[in-house]
Design a protein around this ligand. Structure first.
Ligand code: CP
Ligand code: NVA
Length: 306
């Protein structure tokens, strides 16, 4: 029997596996767009555990599983014994005896790692404080749809060195592209927390304009991520000069794309002009969560199709 594969951080899969997944995504997306039934996961069940809020992640996994012929069960901390202190290890043993796959959105990465270590079935990271690998998979597929391979390209990350930033940095190593990072002082990348074993694919810039210069893709995220709300006022002050605006996009160039995982705060990390403007591909990014995750679930459950 093949060992169970999890997707807990971006580097859990290889460049070859991502190439395969992006090809499958194209195919699976075309079935969806032409109303063609595709049910490889009949009778398979996905448990989705949410310890934080979500719109896109819940919807894309639940709809995706349904469209593949399977079903999805939504669990949250409030309504389950997880919220009353049942050990993660026990929950993993029980839940993974009843379903075929588990998706978890939680706080520390350590929680999902512990869950996976005791799970009999594949576990997918639906966002932790440290990483958001499913989002970056969708973002890179969105880039490929517009401009082809991301290999050798430059992504400018402007803002907080959060779960999205860490995952871009991992993806750059796996898929061989560059990330220019600009964060306010005190919010710099922590390579160890980002799970980086190779720091040659990113460069830190004090001035966000310099980070954006010549970039193929400019991306940002909220200034205050879920779980860090107590720092909101301080962050509002500290991040004022890290708003992606028309001038930054002009520095990047005509062909540059703008991405944001959403939800966005217009007037904070990005201007309305940019997110609703011609460079922005945020709605494609959101939709591609559905298609890329369907390819991922198919792969984790039934492997490579011949
Ligand atoms: N981008 C993203 O993960 O959105 P949700 O928080 O709505 O799931
Ligand atoms: N960095 C954000 C992403 C939300 C999808 C957060 O963790 O809240």
């Amino acid at each position: 029997m093949n060992p169970i594969r999890h997707f807990l951080q971006f580097k859990d899969l290889t460049a070859e596996e991502f190439a395969y997944l992006f090809e499958r995504t194209k195919q699976i997306k075309s079935y969806f767009k032409s109303y063609q039934l595709y049910h490889p996961l009949v009778d398979r069940t996905l448990a989705m555990i949410f310890e934080k809020q979500s719109t896109r992640t819940r919807l894309s996994f639940e709809a995706g599983m349904h469209q593949l012929g399977g079903s999805a069960i939504y669990l949250n901390t409030r309504d389950t014994q997880l919220g009353r202190g049942e050990p993660v290890e026990d929950a993993a043993k029980v839940i993974s005896r009843m379903v075929d796959m588990v998706m978890i959105r939680t706080y520390e990465q350590e929680i999902i790692e512990r869950f996976a270590a005791h799970s009999r079935v594949p576990v997918i990271n639906g966002l932790t404080n440290e990483y958001h690998p499913c989002q970056i998979m969708a973002d890179i597929f969105t880039y490929i749809e517009r401009h082809g391979s991301i290999r050798g390209k430059t992504v400018a990350w402007v803002g907080d060195s959060n779960n999205m930033c860490n995952t871009w940095l991992q993806a750059a190593v796996v898929l061989d592209f560059n990330v220019h990072v600009s964060t306010p002082p005190g919010y710099e990348v922590e390579p160890e927390r980002a799970g980086l074993y190779d720091t040659t694919h990113y460069e830190q810039f004090d001035d966000p304009m310099d980070a954006c210069f010549g970039a193929d893709l400019v991306t940002t995220d909220v200034w205050t991520s879920m779980g860090f709300e107590a720092e909101n006022d301080e962050r509002l002050r500290d991040f004022q000069d890290w708003q992606v605006d028309a001038e930054m996009m002009a520095h990047a160039g005509d062909q540059a794309l703008f991405m944001h995982c959403l939800p966005a705060h217009r007037g904070e990390e990005v201007t309305a002009g940019v997110i609703d403007g011609p460079h922005s591909v945020v709605w494609d990014e959101a939709e591609n969560r559905l298609h890329t995750q369907k390819a991922l679930m198919e792969y984790l459950l039934i492997g490579k199709l011949a």
